[in-house]
Design a protein around this ligand. Structure first.
Ligand code: BMA
Length: 365
Protein backbone atom coordinates (compact mmCIF):
# COMPACT_ATOMS: atom_id res chain seq x y z
CA UNK A 1 0.00 0.00 0.00
CA UNK A 2 1.25 3.46 -0.82
CA UNK A 3 1.83 5.64 2.21
CA UNK A 4 2.66 9.25 2.52
CA UNK A 5 5.17 8.24 5.17
CA UNK A 6 7.21 6.87 2.28
CA UNK A 7 7.84 10.42 1.10
CA UNK A 8 10.60 12.57 2.53
CA UNK A 9 8.05 14.43 4.63
CA UNK A 10 4.29 14.33 4.90
CA UNK A 11 2.29 17.06 3.15
CA UNK A 12 1.06 18.51 6.44
CA UNK A 13 4.58 18.69 7.83
CA UNK A 14 5.70 20.90 5.00
CA UNK A 15 5.37 24.61 5.62
CA UNK A 16 4.02 26.15 2.48
CA UNK A 17 3.11 29.76 1.95
CA UNK A 18 -0.47 29.96 0.79
CA UNK A 19 -1.68 32.62 -1.58
CA UNK A 20 -5.47 32.56 -1.60
CA UNK A 21 -7.09 35.17 -3.82
CA UNK A 22 -9.79 36.03 -1.27
CA UNK A 23 -8.41 38.10 1.63
CA UNK A 24 -11.45 37.01 3.65
CA UNK A 25 -11.16 33.29 2.87
CA UNK A 26 -12.20 31.09 5.81
CA UNK A 27 -9.38 29.33 7.70
CA UNK A 28 -10.55 25.97 6.27
CA UNK A 29 -10.25 27.37 2.75
CA UNK A 30 -6.76 28.72 3.38
CA UNK A 31 -5.83 25.34 4.85
CA UNK A 32 -7.19 23.47 1.83
CA UNK A 33 -5.14 25.70 -0.43
CA UNK A 34 -2.01 25.23 1.65
CA UNK A 35 -2.55 21.46 1.65
CA UNK A 36 -2.98 21.33 -2.13
CA UNK A 37 0.17 23.38 -2.57
CA UNK A 38 2.08 21.08 -0.23
CA UNK A 39 1.16 18.07 -2.40
CA UNK A 40 2.49 19.68 -5.58
CA UNK A 41 5.82 18.26 -6.67
CA UNK A 42 5.64 15.37 -4.13
CA UNK A 43 2.41 13.36 -4.32
CA UNK A 44 -0.64 13.24 -6.58
CA UNK A 45 -4.10 12.52 -5.24
CA UNK A 46 -6.48 10.53 -7.42
CA UNK A 47 -9.94 11.92 -8.18
CA UNK A 48 -13.05 10.71 -9.98
CA UNK A 49 -15.94 12.81 -11.28
CA UNK A 50 -19.32 12.01 -9.68
CA UNK A 51 -17.56 9.16 -7.85
CA UNK A 52 -20.01 8.89 -4.98
CA UNK A 53 -23.23 9.42 -6.95
CA UNK A 54 -23.44 6.56 -9.44
CA UNK A 55 -21.40 4.03 -11.38
CA UNK A 56 -20.93 2.09 -14.53
CA UNK A 57 -23.22 -0.87 -13.86
CA UNK A 58 -26.18 1.44 -13.31
CA UNK A 59 -26.10 1.90 -9.53
CA UNK A 60 -27.11 5.31 -8.26
CA UNK A 61 -27.29 6.94 -4.82
CA UNK A 62 -25.87 4.09 -2.75
CA UNK A 63 -24.44 5.41 0.51
CA UNK A 64 -20.74 4.70 0.92
CA UNK A 65 -20.32 3.31 -2.60
CA UNK A 66 -18.06 4.37 -5.46
CA UNK A 67 -16.77 2.40 -8.45
CA UNK A 68 -13.22 3.18 -7.32
CA UNK A 69 -13.92 1.82 -3.83
CA UNK A 70 -15.54 -1.29 -5.30
CA UNK A 71 -12.30 -1.91 -7.18
CA UNK A 72 -9.63 -1.10 -4.61
CA UNK A 73 -11.28 -0.68 -1.20
CA UNK A 74 -10.89 3.09 -1.01
CA UNK A 75 -12.78 6.06 -2.34
CA UNK A 76 -10.78 8.49 -4.43
CA UNK A 77 -9.16 11.34 -2.49
CA UNK A 78 -10.77 13.95 -4.72
CA UNK A 79 -14.50 13.98 -5.46
CA UNK A 80 -15.69 15.81 -8.60
CA UNK A 81 -19.25 17.22 -8.78
CA UNK A 82 -21.22 18.99 -11.50
CA UNK A 83 -23.77 21.81 -11.08
CA UNK A 84 -24.96 22.26 -14.70
CA UNK A 85 -28.65 23.34 -14.83
CA UNK A 86 -28.77 24.47 -11.22
CA UNK A 87 -28.87 27.93 -12.82
CA UNK A 88 -32.32 27.05 -14.20
CA UNK A 89 -33.70 26.52 -10.70
CA UNK A 90 -34.12 22.78 -11.36
CA UNK A 91 -33.72 20.18 -8.65
CA UNK A 92 -31.67 17.85 -10.89
CA UNK A 93 -28.53 18.45 -12.93
CA UNK A 94 -28.03 17.95 -16.65
CA UNK A 95 -26.74 14.50 -15.69
CA UNK A 96 -29.97 13.62 -13.83
CA UNK A 97 -28.46 14.00 -10.37
CA UNK A 98 -30.39 15.72 -7.58
CA UNK A 99 -28.61 18.76 -6.21
CA UNK A 100 -29.67 17.66 -2.73
CA UNK A 101 -27.61 14.48 -3.29
CA UNK A 102 -24.65 16.55 -4.46
CA UNK A 103 -24.90 18.72 -1.35
CA UNK A 104 -25.05 15.65 0.92
CA UNK A 105 -22.16 14.05 -0.98
CA UNK A 106 -19.91 17.11 -0.68
CA UNK A 107 -20.54 17.38 3.05
CA UNK A 108 -19.98 13.63 3.51
CA UNK A 109 -16.77 13.68 1.44
CA UNK A 110 -15.44 16.57 3.49
CA UNK A 111 -16.25 14.73 6.71
CA UNK A 112 -14.25 11.73 5.47
CA UNK A 113 -11.29 14.03 4.81
CA UNK A 114 -11.78 14.12 1.03
CA UNK A 115 -11.36 17.09 -1.30
CA UNK A 116 -14.26 18.51 -3.33
CA UNK A 117 -14.10 20.13 -6.76
CA UNK A 118 -17.13 21.48 -8.61
CA UNK A 119 -17.54 22.01 -12.36
CA UNK A 120 -20.34 23.96 -14.03
CA UNK A 121 -21.57 23.15 -17.56
CA UNK A 122 -23.87 26.18 -17.43
CA UNK A 123 -26.60 26.71 -19.98
CA UNK A 124 -26.13 29.81 -22.11
CA UNK A 125 -28.04 32.57 -20.27
CA UNK A 126 -28.45 34.50 -23.54
CA UNK A 127 -29.99 31.77 -25.68
CA UNK A 128 -31.28 29.42 -23.00
CA UNK A 129 -29.55 26.56 -24.80
CA UNK A 130 -26.94 24.17 -23.42
CA UNK A 131 -23.30 24.76 -22.45
CA UNK A 132 -22.39 23.45 -25.92
CA UNK A 133 -24.40 26.21 -27.64
CA UNK A 134 -21.86 27.88 -29.90
CA UNK A 135 -23.33 31.37 -29.95
CA UNK A 136 -20.69 34.01 -30.65
CA UNK A 137 -21.02 37.18 -28.59
CA UNK A 138 -22.88 35.65 -25.64
CA UNK A 139 -20.30 36.86 -23.14
CA UNK A 140 -20.33 40.31 -24.69
CA UNK A 141 -24.10 40.45 -24.22
CA UNK A 142 -23.87 39.24 -20.61
CA UNK A 143 -21.33 41.93 -19.86
CA UNK A 144 -22.88 44.86 -21.68
CA UNK A 145 -26.62 44.29 -22.19
CA UNK A 146 -28.58 44.81 -19.02
CA UNK A 147 -31.22 42.18 -19.75
CA UNK A 148 -28.55 39.47 -20.02
CA UNK A 149 -26.45 40.79 -17.15
CA UNK A 150 -29.51 40.40 -14.97
CA UNK A 151 -30.16 36.91 -16.29
CA UNK A 152 -26.57 35.90 -15.61
CA UNK A 153 -26.62 37.17 -12.04
CA UNK A 154 -29.86 35.26 -11.51
CA UNK A 155 -27.95 32.12 -12.60
CA UNK A 156 -25.20 32.96 -10.14
CA UNK A 157 -27.75 33.35 -7.38
CA UNK A 158 -28.60 29.67 -7.75
CA UNK A 159 -24.90 28.78 -7.57
CA UNK A 160 -24.49 31.05 -4.53
CA UNK A 161 -27.46 29.56 -2.70
CA UNK A 162 -26.05 26.09 -3.26
CA UNK A 163 -22.55 27.07 -2.10
CA UNK A 164 -23.98 28.74 0.99
CA UNK A 165 -25.79 25.52 1.86
CA UNK A 166 -22.52 23.59 2.20
CA UNK A 167 -22.11 23.48 5.96
CA UNK A 168 -20.70 20.73 8.14
CA UNK A 169 -22.19 19.42 11.39
CA UNK A 170 -20.53 22.24 13.33
CA UNK A 171 -22.19 24.79 11.07
CA UNK A 172 -18.90 25.70 9.38
CA UNK A 173 -18.73 26.18 5.62
CA UNK A 174 -17.18 23.25 3.75
CA UNK A 175 -14.33 24.57 1.56
CA UNK A 176 -14.61 23.60 -2.12
CA UNK A 177 -12.91 24.25 -5.43
CA UNK A 178 -15.11 25.83 -8.10
CA UNK A 179 -13.99 25.47 -11.71
CA UNK A 180 -16.24 27.53 -13.99
CA UNK A 181 -15.76 28.23 -17.70
CA UNK A 182 -13.31 25.38 -18.17
CA UNK A 183 -11.67 24.30 -21.45
CA UNK A 184 -12.12 27.84 -22.72
CA UNK A 185 -9.07 27.58 -25.00
CA UNK A 186 -11.21 25.32 -27.19
CA UNK A 187 -14.48 26.37 -28.78
CA UNK A 188 -17.06 23.78 -27.83
CA UNK A 189 -18.73 25.76 -25.03
CA UNK A 190 -20.34 29.21 -25.38
CA UNK A 191 -17.42 30.66 -23.38
CA UNK A 192 -14.85 29.18 -25.82
CA UNK A 193 -12.06 31.22 -27.37
CA UNK A 194 -13.76 31.70 -30.77
CA UNK A 195 -16.77 33.33 -29.13
CA UNK A 196 -15.21 36.05 -26.96
CA UNK A 197 -12.07 38.14 -26.66
CA UNK A 198 -9.50 37.44 -23.92
CA UNK A 199 -10.63 40.60 -22.12
CA UNK A 200 -14.28 39.55 -22.27
CA UNK A 201 -13.45 36.13 -20.83
CA UNK A 202 -11.46 37.70 -18.00
CA UNK A 203 -14.20 40.24 -17.31
CA UNK A 204 -16.85 37.50 -17.09
CA UNK A 205 -14.64 35.67 -14.60
CA UNK A 206 -14.05 38.85 -12.57
CA UNK A 207 -17.74 39.70 -12.41
CA UNK A 208 -18.52 36.11 -11.41
CA UNK A 209 -16.03 36.06 -8.55
CA UNK A 210 -16.88 39.61 -7.45
CA UNK A 211 -20.56 38.71 -7.34
CA UNK A 212 -20.15 35.47 -5.40
CA UNK A 213 -17.55 36.91 -3.06
CA UNK A 214 -18.62 40.53 -2.76
CA UNK A 215 -22.41 40.47 -3.21
CA UNK A 216 -23.18 37.01 -1.82
CA UNK A 217 -20.43 36.93 0.82
CA UNK A 218 -18.98 33.54 -0.18
CA UNK A 219 -15.53 32.97 1.29
CA UNK A 220 -15.16 29.20 1.27
CA UNK A 221 -14.32 28.74 -2.41
CA UNK A 222 -11.03 28.29 -4.26
CA UNK A 223 -11.37 29.28 -7.92
CA UNK A 224 -9.72 26.94 -10.42
CA UNK A 225 -8.70 27.98 -13.95
CA UNK A 226 -8.54 25.05 -16.37
CA UNK A 227 -7.66 25.48 -20.05
CA UNK A 228 -7.75 22.54 -22.42
CA UNK A 229 -4.58 21.39 -24.20
CA UNK A 230 -2.54 24.32 -25.55
CA UNK A 231 0.74 24.60 -27.46
CA UNK A 232 2.43 27.32 -25.46
CA UNK A 233 2.46 28.88 -21.97
CA UNK A 234 1.39 32.13 -23.64
CA UNK A 235 -1.82 30.51 -24.88
CA UNK A 236 -2.35 28.87 -21.50
CA UNK A 237 -2.16 32.20 -19.71
CA UNK A 238 -3.69 34.39 -22.44
CA UNK A 239 -7.09 34.45 -20.69
CA UNK A 240 -5.84 34.06 -17.11
CA UNK A 241 -8.07 36.27 -14.94
CA UNK A 242 -5.23 37.25 -12.59
CA UNK A 243 -3.82 36.20 -9.22
CA UNK A 244 -6.58 38.02 -7.34
CA UNK A 245 -9.19 35.85 -9.04
CA UNK A 246 -7.60 32.42 -9.36
CA UNK A 247 -6.39 30.03 -6.66
CA UNK A 248 -5.60 26.83 -8.50
CA UNK A 249 -4.27 26.32 -12.01
CA UNK A 250 -5.58 23.28 -13.85
CA UNK A 251 -5.36 21.38 -17.08
CA UNK A 252 -8.06 19.44 -18.93
CA UNK A 253 -6.38 17.11 -21.41
CA UNK A 254 -7.82 13.77 -22.49
CA UNK A 255 -6.16 10.78 -24.07
CA UNK A 256 -8.30 10.41 -27.17
CA UNK A 257 -7.69 7.13 -28.96
CA UNK A 258 -5.79 4.16 -27.63
CA UNK A 259 -2.31 2.76 -27.86
CA UNK A 260 -1.45 4.63 -31.07
CA UNK A 261 -1.97 8.05 -29.48
CA UNK A 262 -0.55 7.25 -26.03
CA UNK A 263 2.88 8.76 -26.58
CA UNK A 264 1.40 11.90 -28.09
CA UNK A 265 -0.93 12.29 -25.08
CA UNK A 266 1.92 11.68 -22.64
CA UNK A 267 4.17 14.18 -24.36
CA UNK A 268 1.46 16.85 -24.60
CA UNK A 269 0.13 16.57 -21.06
CA UNK A 270 3.69 16.23 -19.71
CA UNK A 271 4.85 19.36 -21.49
CA UNK A 272 1.93 21.46 -20.24
CA UNK A 273 2.19 20.15 -16.66
CA UNK A 274 5.91 21.00 -16.79
CA UNK A 275 5.34 24.68 -17.31
CA UNK A 276 2.37 24.70 -14.94
CA UNK A 277 4.58 23.27 -12.18
CA UNK A 278 7.13 26.03 -12.68
CA UNK A 279 4.41 28.68 -12.59
CA UNK A 280 2.74 27.06 -9.58
CA UNK A 281 5.93 27.19 -7.54
CA UNK A 282 6.53 30.78 -8.60
CA UNK A 283 3.08 32.07 -7.69
CA UNK A 284 2.22 29.73 -4.80
CA UNK A 285 -0.89 28.46 -6.49
CA UNK A 286 -1.37 24.70 -6.65
CA UNK A 287 -1.48 23.06 -10.06
CA UNK A 288 -3.83 20.18 -10.78
CA UNK A 289 -4.65 17.82 -13.64
CA UNK A 290 -8.31 18.82 -13.42
CA UNK A 291 -9.72 16.48 -16.09
CA UNK A 292 -8.32 13.60 -18.01
CA UNK A 293 -9.01 10.01 -18.97
CA UNK A 294 -9.14 7.46 -21.73
CA UNK A 295 -12.72 6.75 -22.71
CA UNK A 296 -13.58 3.04 -22.09
CA UNK A 297 -10.04 2.42 -20.80
CA UNK A 298 -9.16 0.37 -23.84
CA UNK A 299 -5.54 -0.04 -22.71
CA UNK A 300 -5.25 -2.62 -19.97
CA UNK A 301 -2.31 -0.88 -18.28
CA UNK A 302 -3.38 2.70 -18.89
CA UNK A 303 -3.08 3.73 -15.25
CA UNK A 304 0.50 2.57 -14.67
CA UNK A 305 1.95 2.91 -18.15
CA UNK A 306 0.32 6.07 -19.43
CA UNK A 307 -1.18 8.15 -16.60
CA UNK A 308 1.39 7.41 -13.92
CA UNK A 309 4.51 8.52 -15.86
CA UNK A 310 2.69 11.74 -16.78
CA UNK A 311 1.79 12.71 -13.22
CA UNK A 312 4.91 11.29 -11.54
CA UNK A 313 7.15 13.65 -13.47
CA UNK A 314 5.80 16.84 -11.88
CA UNK A 315 3.17 15.69 -9.34
CA UNK A 316 0.17 17.93 -9.77
CA UNK A 317 -1.76 18.00 -6.45
CA UNK A 318 -4.39 15.76 -8.02
CA UNK A 319 -5.46 14.06 -11.21
CA UNK A 320 -9.17 13.55 -11.84
CA UNK A 321 -10.65 11.17 -14.40
CA UNK A 322 -14.11 11.83 -15.78
CA UNK A 323 -17.35 10.12 -14.87
CA UNK A 324 -18.76 6.60 -15.24
CA UNK A 325 -22.34 7.43 -16.29
CA UNK A 326 -24.99 5.10 -14.84
CA UNK A 327 -26.98 5.35 -18.07
CA UNK A 328 -24.32 4.95 -20.75
CA UNK A 329 -22.16 1.84 -20.69
CA UNK A 330 -20.19 2.97 -23.77
CA UNK A 331 -18.70 5.91 -21.95
CA UNK A 332 -16.54 5.67 -18.82
CA UNK A 333 -13.16 6.81 -17.55
CA UNK A 334 -12.82 5.25 -14.09
CA UNK A 335 -12.29 1.58 -13.22
CA UNK A 336 -15.19 -0.60 -12.03
CA UNK A 337 -15.33 -4.22 -10.89
CA UNK A 338 -14.85 -6.70 -13.70
CA UNK A 339 -13.10 -4.29 -16.07
CA UNK A 340 -9.77 -5.50 -17.40
CA UNK A 341 -7.91 -2.45 -16.06
CA UNK A 342 -8.70 -3.25 -12.37
CA UNK A 343 -5.43 -5.00 -11.51
CA UNK A 344 -3.49 -2.18 -13.10
CA UNK A 345 -5.51 0.42 -11.21
CA UNK A 346 -4.59 -1.32 -7.95
CA UNK A 347 -0.89 -1.19 -8.92
CA UNK A 348 -1.34 2.51 -9.68
CA UNK A 349 -2.95 3.07 -6.28
CA UNK A 350 -0.07 1.19 -4.63
CA UNK A 351 2.53 3.62 -5.94
CA UNK A 352 4.09 5.55 -3.08
CA UNK A 353 3.27 8.89 -4.57
CA UNK A 354 -0.37 8.22 -5.54
CA UNK A 355 -2.88 9.03 -2.82
CA UNK A 356 -6.47 7.87 -2.42
CA UNK A 357 -8.81 8.65 0.47
CA UNK A 358 -7.56 5.85 2.72
CA UNK A 359 -4.11 7.43 2.76
CA UNK A 360 -5.35 10.96 3.07
CA UNK A 361 -7.52 10.33 6.06
CA UNK A 362 -5.82 11.19 9.29
CA UNK A 363 -3.17 13.21 7.49
CA UNK A 364 -5.24 16.25 6.61
CA UNK A 365 -7.34 16.50 9.73
C1 BMA B 1 -19.38 15.98 -20.23
C2 BMA B 1 -20.12 14.69 -20.52
C3 BMA B 1 -21.59 15.02 -20.48
C4 BMA B 1 -21.95 15.68 -19.13
C5 BMA B 1 -21.01 16.82 -18.80
C6 BMA B 1 -21.26 17.38 -17.41
O1 BMA B 1 -18.05 15.90 -20.45
O2 BMA B 1 -19.81 13.70 -19.56
O3 BMA B 1 -22.32 13.85 -20.65
O4 BMA B 1 -23.27 16.14 -19.18
O5 BMA B 1 -19.70 16.39 -18.91
O6 BMA B 1 -21.05 16.41 -16.42
Amino acid sequence: MATLAGCSSSPTAEKTVSRVSDPEATPQTVELHRFLQSCCGRVTMFGHQDAALYGHDGWKYVDGRSDVKDVCGSHPAVFGWELGEIELGKDQSLDAVHFSKIREGIIAADKMGGINTISWHSTNPVTGKSAWDKAPGSIHKILYEEEFTRKYFACLDHIATFLLSLKDEQGEFVPVMFRPFHEHTGSWFWWGSDFCTPDEYKELWHRTVDYLRGKRGIHHVLYAYSPDRVSTPETYFERYPGDDYVDVIGLDCYHRGGEQTASEYMATAGRILDFMSVESARCNKPFVFSETGLNTLNMKKWFTEVLYPVVAKTHPAYVLVWRNPFDNAENFYGPFPGHESCADFISFKDKQDIVLLDELNGIRK
